[in-house]
Write a protein that binds this ligand. Structure first.
Ligand code: MLT
Length: 236
């Protein structure tokens, strides 16, 4: 039987072997929700990079560039990482370079996996459908916050475990924990998450509307996958 595992923060990734595994990276607030939305609205590719400096280099080569640190847009870049920014004609067909505090870092650290997919509640069932066609074990990598565990990415991992648990064995307790948490909170994620640290951070910055948006399930039938150094839409 295939296995599903959950890595609760990129700082624990060194404890896992991912070379024979499909990694699903989740940064619900907001990097991976933003990427999924961008592909749904027609972006051609997204190059995820770990540093602002690398992002600037892609910008100098003519890419549209998105840079965020501590949930704020970095000066000098065209785009931030709010999903709403990407509901715009100018991104149709565009090649974007993106750096975010946690999400793009988690993606770049997963490069040795068989495949790296971008997951969020917005494309949850699309991810599930795709994984079921594959013969590999799965690991959900929660992007967390600066090495710490967060609630929203753990809940996403739990949602994925819930949907795959009949055909995948739960590898370790982190998968069981994530699934139990999701079972407890799923009937009202907004209420369950009310006091979560990144929700408070976004609220302090006046970024309210992104929160309920990113918690919606299955808005898009889109699976972004890392090919070389760029994310593209699966089957594109
Ligand atoms: C991240 O990558 O840490 C997030 O996308 C932060 C944010 O909400 O801007």
């Amino acid at each position: 039987m295939k296995q599903i595992d959950v890595c609760l923060t990129p700082d624990l990734l060194h404890l896992h072997t991912i070379e024979n595994t499909i990694v699903v990276v989740a940064d619900v607030f907001r990097a991976t929700s933003c990427m999924v939305t961008a592909f749904a609205y027609g972006v051609n590719s997204i190059i995820p990079v770990a540093t602002v400096e690398e992002c600037r280099q892609w910008q100098e080569r003519g890419y549209l560039a998105a840079a965020e640190r501590n949930a704020k847009k970095v000066d000098g870049f065209e785009l931030d990482n709010s999903p709403f920014t990407y509901m715009d004609q100018r991104i149709r067909g565009a090649n974007v370079a993106m750096t975010t505090t946690n999400g793009t870092l988690a993606i770049t650290r997963s490069r040795s996996a068989v495949k790296v997919l971008v997951g969020s509640f917005l494309n949850l069932d699309a991810i599930v459908r795709y994984l079921k066609t594959e013969g590999y074990d799965v690991m959900v990598l929660c992007a967390g916050w600066k090495g710490r565990v967060n609630l929203e990415d753990t809940l996403f991992a739990g949602a994925l475990v819930e949907r795959l648990k009949d055909s995948y064995a739960m590898a370790e307790d982190s998968a069981i924990m994530a699934w139990r948490l999701y079972s407890e909170g799923k009937s009202n994620l907004m209420t369950y998450m009310a006091n979560a640290s990144h929700i408070r951070r976004l609220q302090r910055l006046g970024i309210q509307k992104d929160i309920p948006y990113c918690l919606q399930h299955n808005l898009y039938d889109v699976v972004p996958v890392l090919r070389g150094n760029a994310l593209v839409k699966m089957n594109a």
